[in-house]
Design a protein around this ligand. Structure first.
Ligand code: SF4
Length: 700
């Protein structure tokens, strides 16, 4: 019988420690359970994480494929990688930005680092990004503005210490089950409570002591109203503000009138007062994609951070805590060279560029001088003819990006390389497919949302036709820039040591975390500058605060609410919003959920009643300015009147969504767009853009 091995769940960014055992014969994970020794999660695990670790139902990719005419046909690894290398070299000969690379928060730190090293240091392209930009780039940008550094200051240790838990634009009951259990336990104690701010009555909102149902997309202006009310009623922590922050006067000067702002957000002044009162307790403020995925996501996330700073809700049991989605989104941000160089080194800083170029032994001139336009901008570059080749790794842009009709057109226009463990919508557009190992089969490290680096351990081999992410990247890298990675397959431990060296002395210092230490301690939080230290609450030491900004203070940000990028009008009178469905996995490539032939659109019964003539046995068509999708309408009084809700996991939903982005973070405005209902074509569940609705559920 195979041995139990300590590892970590890669299903979401809670990062639960698990014990796993491989099957006795063949390939795959046989048994999974929580690991009581794990310092972050102490044996807890959710049914979803165990099920999707053990029994992925997606269609496995088992051998390299190459396009011959209309068909993807089996080929050898040498032919596949040789073809890709030749295409990339030809493309880069015309300009280094001519190759685009899209990575993922589902890679290990080692594979994400290697992908960034090849993209930035080997190819030299600025067109490199990862789907973490699609879910929390706005929070990241807001953190940098406020604290001069990425990532939440707080940790899981703060959850039981909080008295009020404010969940704003997030649904952890569906997205982060184990974290939600801690949150509920704490909120259920005497004198504690859960307040949820969300236009929709989500699973989390249904549990709340108070649910504030604001107008969709008005998070920024509601947060401003709460701040203005706190200022009016003198509930500001003046000592903290005066001692440790900058910009408070500019913030207060910029705040709107409380009554007008409340009206814009669709709530009463009394509700604003209730929210203001919530910040008098030790309060943890969690937020997610409901805030971030907006053309003003950075402004809204910054205003939530302002709320914590202004009320002194910083320190144990309180603070701003953005909820990370993908299992290794945090690690990607630390080590992949996506938005910063490894260790959160500033992209434009000459000294950091030199350090990275030296470490990689590449000319500094090859490193791009800005991190690029983000995934939506990259698709735009493809459509404008500025990119000839694209490589996607563990991501599914054909279903996960907004306005997917346009994305699919772009993918068809380039030489497309798809590296993944499972067949996805993006694979259908590929010229070369590189089958990669997934978790359970991979050794490396990952970093959860509270900055804890943990060891991921392979408990199963992979079939002959499948290779490790890191191995594929290094082999391809050496064909493009010989010796970039040394002999293949690379040892993940050696790659992690490279990461450690590059993060030494930076705000995200991981130099004190080693494979040997992880074998003993299982998981360690950064910053960890030496073998004995571990990060706790950040920026706080012995009762004093110091932030990694020029003058050591945290900075208040200002913003002006500008309204929705695509408001409803007489032609498109309904607002589409999206959210998570419990048990569904991103764009569905792993769980292969085929239970819904047609997506379900939830709608308030009163609104549905206005459109009965457009229904045929509950079925109708939702049309946006970009596409039309056949849906089954489900009356639900948890949806605000005038709105429609479709889960983010269905591959059709992003045909409808809007590719407008936050200019500060490059994050798309997935959460609101204008739609209308049309008479259904009941002959087939085919979307108007010509893509058959397969029913496989699925966002990265
Ligand atoms: S909460 Fe997330 S990380 Fe933990 S077991 Fe569930 S899916 Fe896995």
């Amino acid at each position: 019988m195979t041995q139990w091995k300590p590892t970590v769940c890669m299903r979401c960014a809670v990062g639960c420690g698990q014990l796993q055992r491989g099957v006795d014969e063949g390939f795959g994970v046989d048994e999974v359970q929580g690991n009581h020794r794990h310092p972050g999660t102490a044996g807890l695990a959710c049914e979803r994480g165990i099920r999707e670790t053990k029994n992925p139902d997606g269609e496995w990719l088992t051998e390299p494929l190459i396009r011959r005419g209309d068909r993807l046909q089996p080929t050898t690894w040498d032919t596949a990688l040789g073809t890709v290398a030749a295409e990339f070299l030809q493309a880069t000969a015309e300009g280094t930005d001519n190759v685009a690379v899209l990575g993922s928060g589902q890679q290990t730190n080692e594979a994400a680092y290697a992908l960034g090293k090849l993209a930035r240091g080997g190819l030299g392209t600025r067109h490199f990004d990862a789907n973490t930009t699609l879910c929390m780039a706005s929070a990241v940008t807001a953190y940098y503005r406020a604290f001069g550094s990425d990532a939440p200051p707080c940790t899981y240790d703060d959850i039981p210490a909080a008295e009020t838990h404010v969940v704003w634009g997030a649904n952890p009951a569906a997205a982060h089950p184990v974290l939600y259990r801690w949150l509920r336990n704490s909120a259920g104690e005497d004198g504690c409570r859960l307040v949820v701010v969300d236009p929709v009555e989500s699973e989390t909102a249904a549990d709340a002591d108070r649910h504030v149902g604001l107008e969709p997309g008005t998070d920024l202006v509601l947060a401003q109203a709460v701040l203005a009310r706190l200022v009016e009623t003198d509930r500001i922590d003046r000592e903290f503000v005066d001692s440790y922050t900058d910009g408070f006067e500019a913030l207060t000067d910029s705040l709107p009138d409380v009554e007008a702002a409340a009206a814009t957000a669709g709530v009463s002044v009394e509700t604003v007062d209730e929210l203001a009162a919530a910040f008098e307790d030790p309060t943890l403020l969690y937020w997610g994609m409901g805030v971030n995925q907006s053309t003003q996501g950075t402004g809204a996330a910054g205003m939530l951070i302002n709320l914590c700073l202004a009320t002194g809700n910083m320190g144990p049991g309180s603070g701003p805590f953005s909820l990370t989605g993908q299992a290794n989104s945090m690690g990607t941000r630390v080590c992949s060279s996506k938005g910063t160089w490894p260790g959160h080194r500033d992209f434009a800083d000459p000294a950091h560029r030199e350090a990275v170029a030296d470490a990689w032994d590449v000319p500094v001139e090859r490193l791009p001088d800005d991190p690029g336009p983000g995934p939506v901008g990259i698709v735009d570059k493809i459509n404008r003819g500025h990119v000839d080749a694209c490589w996607t790794v563990a991501t599914n842009p054909a279903a996960g990006m907004p306005d997917t009709t346009n994305v699919r057109r772009a993918l068809d226009d380039v030489f497309l390389v798809v590296q993944d463990a499972f067949r996805s919508e993006t694979v259908e557009h590929a010229d070369v497919v590189l089958p990669a190992a997934t978790w359970g089969e991979t050794t490396g490290t990952v970093t959860n949302m509270e900055r804890r680096v943990a060891k991921l351990t392979a408990v199963s081999d992979v079939p002959d036709g499948v290779r490790q992410d890191l191995d594929i990247i290094a082999d391809l890298g050496n064909r493009i820039r010989p010796e970039l990675f040394g002999p293949t397959p690379p040892n993940p431990r050696d790659v992690f040591d490279e990461i450690r060296d590059l993060t030494a002395g930076t705000p995200a210092d991981c130099s004190g975390i080693t494979y040997d230490r992880l074998a003993e301690d299982l998981a360690v939080r950064w910053p960890a500058p030496d073998a004995d230290s571990e990060g706790g609450y950040r920026y706080h030491d012995d009762g004093s605060w110091s932030f990694p900004t020029d003058d050591g203070t945290a900075t208040f940000s200002t913003a002006t609410y500008e309204g929705l990028p695509e408001p409803t009008d007489s032609a498109y009178p309904l607002l589409l919003t999206t959210g998570r469905r419990p048990g569904a996995y991103n764009t569905g490539v792993r769980n292969g959920d085929t239970t819904a032939e047609v997506p379900k659109a939830r709608i308030h019964p009163e609104t549905a009643g206005q459109y009965v003539e457009l229904l045929d046995r509950g079925r109708t068509v939702v049309a946006s300015r970009r596409a039309s999708v056949t849906v089954d309408l489900v009356p639900d009084d948890g949806i605000p009147p005038g709105a429609l809700w479709i889960d983010i996991h269905h591959p059709s939903v992003n045909e409808l969504t809007l590719p407008a982005i936050d200019p500060e973070s490059n994050e798309p405005n997935y959460k609101q767009c204008a739609v209308r209902l049309e008479s259904p074509d009941t002959s087939s569940p085919v979307t108007r853009s010509g893509v058959v609705t397969t029913g496989r559920l699925g966002n990265d």
